[in-house]
Every structure is written in C-alpha cells, then in structure tokens.
Design a binder for this molecule. Structure first.
Ligand SMILES: [Zn+2]
Length: 353
C-alpha cells in the first residue's frame, strides 16, 4: 500500500460514522444533565437517569484500551442520544459495541441513536423481537405509552388547580418529561442486533476481558448478561435487581437456576438494569428464593384446583415484604393484581403453553 493510500484509508477510518454522534432527535431538548455516571471500577460506569428525560433503565459503560462497550440502549432514541452526548465528557473513546440485555422497551428502544457501524449484540430471540417490531407492540411498551399519555393529561388538568407560579413550573417540568418521551417514541424504528450470541463469547479489549453470556431462559427467553472476570462485576439487565423485576415474560423455574449459575461465577458487584449497584449479595439469593417460592406456591395451589385469581390472593410472600416494599399508595388489591400477571405466566408454563 502506498503512503497516500494508507493516509486515505486512515482518513476514511477516522471519518467513519461510528466515531461521530447522530443528530439531535425529537424529544431530546432538555436542560442540565440527563445522566449521572457512577464509577463502579476503573473504566466501568453505571449510567443512571436524573429524571429530566424519561430514562427508565440503567446503562453500563465499559472502557477497553481503544473503545467503549455500552450495555443497554435506554428507553427512547432521545434518552440514548443524551446518554451518548454526555458520555463524551466522561471519556473521549468511541462506542464500538452495544449489548442489549433483552428486548423490553426501556433497554432496547434507543438503538437507533447509536451511530451506524456500532456492533449491536443480543440473543437471537432479542434480534427477532426487535427486527419484527414485536418489542414495540409488546404489553410493556404499549402499557408505557398509555401510562405516559395519561400522565400528560393528568398533569395538564393539575395545571388548572395550581395555585403558585412555583407549583405551575414544577407541573410543567414533569409534564415535559412525558411529552418528550412521547415525541421521541413517535420516531421509533428500533435497530435489531447485528450479531447474536447463543451461549457465550469473550471480547478482549486490551487488558480487559468482557464475557457476554446467555444463562438460559430467565427474565425473558433471551437475556444476555455481561461478566467482567478480572473485576468480578456482573451486569444483569433485569435478570437481577434490588427490587422485584417484571415477571410477565419470565421462565419458571429456570430463572432461579440462571441466578444460581451466575452466583457461581463469584461476583463481588452486580450492576442491575434498575436501581443502584448491588454489593450485598444477599439480594441475589433473596430474588432467587422469591422466584422459587412464588413458583412452588402457585404450582401447589393450582394443583388444588384454584383459578389464577384465587391463587394470586392466597400467595403468602410476606417474608419478602421488608425487602420489596410496595410502591407508595399501593393497596393490597394492587399488589394482588400485579402478582396475577406472574401467576398467569406460571399457569401457562405449567400448562405447557
Ligand atoms: Zn425487562
């Protein structure tokens, strides 16, 4: 290769879109910072939304010697764009790899804001859910759209009764978060994974090994987790959380077995898809026990002939109450209704559906 050809090639590489940010998308107008980057280890950050944009899930940033790997793409194209913009103040290295832990909207609906050329890694199941538009029509995404529209109209009504300029400003700011979210998802065209992982791959990035693995059916049929063996950090998406995850797509009892297999890796820190970093590993065992318990109780009550509605009422999970406090204002009835979704899921599995 001539020196000129080499220079032209280098120029072409440097000009590749993977190194530059996409244009500001609709819904990404905001003041201040949308993310806080919490340092978990040298070159490893947990990105947590501040609330100025709807950024429901965490992202994790892992630095290699020359580039970055991001775990999860945020809730919307706007939130993903803000994440990538603010990330530049943390490290100038370009993002080359994005791992999607699973297809739920709050983890997978920001993919289109990652520059072309970024390798997007997921399971085959996640790839299909995104490529076939099923992540957008799924109950979780549709439910959040309905909820966001309701928030906008409730806050608009609340403006009528606001008595002070300060309370008006507060309501308007909260409404703007939901409006921006809706504006952003109106442009939603999720980009599906460009590479799929069936069980396990290891990426070597300078001095750092990054293991991407599928521990079997768990929170969904196709979860990936990221394991940093040297740092003993496990990035889990929604498979493991400090609070109870959504279980409507879960696999019982395999989810608990998947947690056991991840526990056997010996992590000292878990970076979850929601909430703060977990260093008290009792949290891990507690979630595993809860999953086994709700499964065993549901199976036993079903065997006695109770319908799902009755099972949801009869479940006794009070030993977990202190660890999984209910949302403020939630009634017993609301707790039972939320459990009903999980019970129905377990019924389907027991019936072989
Ligand atoms: Zn999820």
């Amino acid at each position: 290769m001539t020196r000129l050809a080499a220079t032209l090639l280098l120029t072409a590489i440097l000009a590749t879109p993977a190194l530059s940010q996409t244009r500001r998308p609709p819904g990404a107008e905001y003041q201040g910072k949308a993310f806080e980057f919490r340092r978990a280890a040298p070159g490893v950050y947990l990105a947590v939304g501040t609330g100025v944009l709807s950024a429901e899930s965490n992202a994790v940033i892992i630095e290699g010697d020359r580039d970055l790997l991001v775990v999860d793409s945020e809730t919307s194209p706007a939130a993903a764009w803000a994440l990538l913009r603010e990330l530049r103040a943390v490290t100038p290295k370009p993002v080359r790899t994005l791992v999607i832990t699973h297809f739920h909207y709050d983890h997978a609906h920001g993919t289109q804001s990652f520059p072309a050329g970024v390798e997007i890694i997921g399971t085959e199941f996640t790839r299909r859910m995104l490529a076939e538009g099923k992540s957008m029509s799924h109950a979780t995404a549709a439910g959040n759209r309905t909820f966001s529209n309701a928030q906008v109209s409730n806050l608009t009504k609340a403006l009528d009764t606001a008595t002070t300029p300060a309370s008006r400003r507060d309501i308007e700011a909260r409404r703007a978060v939901w409006q921006r979210y809706l504006e952003s998802i109106a442009t939603l065209t999720p980009v599906a994974p460009t590479m799929t992982v069936a069980s396990r791959i290891t990426l070597s990035r300078g001095g750092r090994d990054i293991v991407i693995l599928h521990p079997g059916p768990a929170h969904t049929a196709g979860d990936l987790v990221v394991w940093l063996p040297k740092e003993r950090i496990l990035v889990t998406g929604d498979l493991l959380q400090p609070n109870l995850p959504y279980m409507g797509d879960g696999f019982f009892p395999q989810w608990a077995d998947a947690i056991d297999s991840l526990r056997a890796l010996g992590p000292t820190m878990v970076l979850p898809g929601h909430g703060d970093a977990i260093t008290d590993l009792a949290v891990v065992e507690r979630q595993r026990d809860y999953l086994r318990d709700i499964y065993a109780q549901t199976a036993a009550l079903k065997k006695e002939g109770h319908p799902a509605e009755e099972v949801a009422k009869r479940l006794d999970l009070s030993r977990y109450d202190a660890y999984y406090p209910r949302f403020p204002g939630w009634t017993d009835e609301m707790v039972v209704r939320r459990r009903l979704g999980t019970v129905r899921r377990i019924f389907d599995q027991l019936d072989g559906k």
